[in-house]
Design a protein around this ligand. Structure first.
Ligand code: SAM
Length: 273
């Protein structure tokens, strides 16, 4: 299918605001669909010209695809014409509660998306925190974002989002994609990552305290963890006592803690608040 010609015929104008860099290479598209491993129901975010949607629909039973840009409707009407297992929803995925999306899925599903930078973190956190039946998210994101999501403790990339995601899921970089793989080419390289849900990975006593502890720990990277924990309402002495109960040295920093140590620390924070 010559998508460039269809885009031209339909006089489609790329909208930078929506991060429109399309994937056209069949091998790359098949690779992403394959990496998702989903043969049942897929939720695709950002159908674009429908290239990834087609690759997904060839493998999955059902694809529910969202696209925010109304101007792509006339393109998608052509590229998805022969795809009877695709339900296209023209709208902003962030405006749909995950519970509504799950009603449409009617059972377990995986998310697949090639998404712009601005929507990456909220989209991931929405599905991780509210999704009841999501199995995995296979996402094409900026390489730096992929590295941050898969980072190990004590590295520069390790941060609150790394801990939040890896507390409930396993993360891996599936493949790197150079900027030239996209049409038009963006300014940065990308990577395909797979986030596989593992809700029983750690026994998090209280999700809210866990979230607040992680957020506070990374709020000021130059400060020690004890100082950062004071934002939760402890004085310095109490914060050091919490660290001692968690078996952590008084002068340690948030980025040195593994996800497991954060789980343990947040439990002790909860007991002392
Ligand atoms: N999946 C296509 C591909 O791989 O070629 C398109 C990828 S393009 C990087 C991202 C697409 O997501 C764009 O078509 C854009 O309009 C759409 N998009 C951006 N934000 C969105 C949102 N909040 N909800 C739904 N679609 C969105």
């Amino acid at each position: 299918m010559d998508v460039k010609t269809i885009l031209k015929e339909k006089a489609f104008r790329f909208n930078r605001q929506f991060g429109q860099n399309f994937l056209l290479d069949e091998d790359v598209l098949d690779g992403i669909a394959e990496a998702s491993g989903e043969k049942g129901t897929v939720v695709e975010v950002g159908a674009g010209a429908g290239t990834l949607t087609r690759a997904l629909s060839a493998r999955a039973k059902k694809v529910i695809a969202f696209e925010i840009d109304k101007n792509l409707k006339k393109v998608l009407d052509v590229t998805l014409k022969d795809r009877h297992n695709v339900t296209l929803i023209m709208g902003d995925v962030m405006k749909y509660p995950v519970s509504e999306i799950e009603k449409l899925c009617g059972g377990e599903y995986s998310v697949v998306a090639n998404i712009p930078y601005y929507v990456t973190t909220p989209l991931i956190m929405n599905f991780l925190e509210q999704g009841k039946q999501v199995k995995s998210l296979t996402l094409t994101v900026q390489k730096e974002v992929a590295e941050r999501l898969c980072a190990k403790e004590a590295s520069k990339q390790y941060g609150a989002i790394t801990v939040a995601v890896n507390a409930v899921a396993d993360t891996e970089i599936v493949r790197l994609l150079p900027k030239e793989a996209f049409y038009p080419s963006p300014e940065v390289d990308s990577a395909v990552i797979r986030i596989t849900l593992r809700r029983d990975k750690y026994d998090v006593a209280d999700r809210d305290t866990f979230r607040r502890t992680v957020k506070a720990a990374f709020a000021m990277r130059r400060k020690t963890l004890a100082n950062n924990l004071c934002a939760l309402g402890f004085d310095k002495k109490q914060a050091e006592e919490v660290l001692s109960q968690a078996g952590l040295p008084a002068g340690c920093r948030g980025e040195q803690l593994s996800v497991e140590q954060f789980v343990n620390l947040s439990r002790i924070v909860g007991e002392n608040l």
